[in-house]
Design a binder for this molecule. Structure first.
Ligand SMILES: Cc1ncc(C[n+]2csc(CCOP(=O)(O)OP(=O)(O)O)c2C)c(N)n1
Length: 292
């Protein structure tokens, strides 16, 4: 049954993201987890560019645009200013893409986590630099064709392994860390609420299928988010009270072969059995690691 969702007063429709954008629907789910006492620092990327075409803005909350690399440092500054004013109620949130998080912003994120600041960092993982034309990032998975890792006769696309950003967050001793996908909006909203209930640094990473980047149809972002989980490639994880756990929500309560996830995505269409086996092993290893 289709669930009707009310218009979101914190992120209005009318922005100019692609129809069916996984990142925008994930951001809607994040906003449903917030109350009005929030300030958002947003790194440059699709989410910022598509929601703030001057003179309009989709944001119904205090929202500040930073540079590509320094959203975490801007958030730290906001937190310091709030502390000066004696405001302990307002929550500070960072939003950024995977390029801003895994790569260019990493040093400043590390500093923010070292300082143990009470900030929620949300990464929308489109697995590439979407906004500037789908260049590979540290989050790009093995085998994906991007504009900087194109497939071809002598190329399988990206040969790099996706960086384990959640493990990097945990290595900093963050108090809460979780992973979700645009296929599970209620899971995203619940994790935002859980993160905000925790005092100290928290990290939420959301797989956000990108219509042009993944070369999928514009009604497939949610399905891809579900299949990413069902295959084991992107499990729903939560680190809370010192324990990392996974929930095994699957598309039809069965494990799905990675080929079902890969076959509808143009970025993987060139892959042969040999490469698909490598990706299947990554999924199987995840299922074993998280006991799914
Ligand atoms: C220092 C710097 N380098 C490059 C850019 C150009 N730039 C703007 S957005 C962007 C890509 C953002 O990618 P990501 O963080 O993954 O977010 P997405 O667009 O995928 O949501 C780049 C390279 C910039 N603004 N500043």
């Amino acid at each position: 049954m289709t669930k009707k969702i009310k218009n979101n007063k914190f992120l209005s429709p009318g922005h100019n993201a692609c129809a069916g954008c996984g990142q925008l629907s994930a951001a809607q789910a994040v906003m449903r987890g917030l109350n009005k006492d929030v300030i958002i620092a947003n790194a440059t990327g699709c989410l910022e560019v598509t929601t703030t075409a001057y003179p309009q803005s989709s944001w119904g909350l205090p929202w500040i645009h930073s540079l590509f690399e320094n959203a975490a440092a801007v958030a730290s500054g906001i937190l310091a200013a709030l502390a000066q004013k004696g405001d302990t109620k307002t929550k500070v949130i960072v939003q950024a893409g995977d390029g801003g998080t895994y790569d260019i912003g990493l040093g400043l994120i590390s500093g923010m986590w070292e300082r143990g600041e009470n900030i929620l960092y949300v990464c929308y993982d489109t697995e590439a630099y979407s906004n500037t034309g789908i260049q590979a990032s540290g989050a790009t998975p093995y085998g994906a064709s991007t504009t900087t890792t194109p497939d071809g006769n002598a190329s399988v696309g990206s040969t790099q392994r996706k960086k384990d950003m959640l493990a990097i967050a945990l290595a900093h001793g963050v108090n809460y860390a979780a992973q979700s996908t645009a296929g599970f909006p209620d899971d995203i909203t619940a994790k935002v609420k859980a993160a905000l209930a925790v005092d100290g640094p928290s990290y939420l990473q959301i797989l956000a299928p990108c219509i042009p980047g993944w070369k999928i149809n514009n009604d497939e972002a949610v399905l891809m988010g579900k299949l990413a989980v069902a295959t084991g490639l992107y499990p729903l994880l939560e680190y809370r009270n010192g324990k990392l756990s996974a929930s095994s929500i699957t598309v039809a309560s069965r494990k799905v072969a990675v080929s079902e996830y890969l076959k509808n995505q143009g970025r993987f269409r060139h892959l042969k059995n040999k490469e698909i086996k490598i990706i299947q092993k990554l999924a199987d290893d995840n299922l074993k690691k998280y006991r799914l």
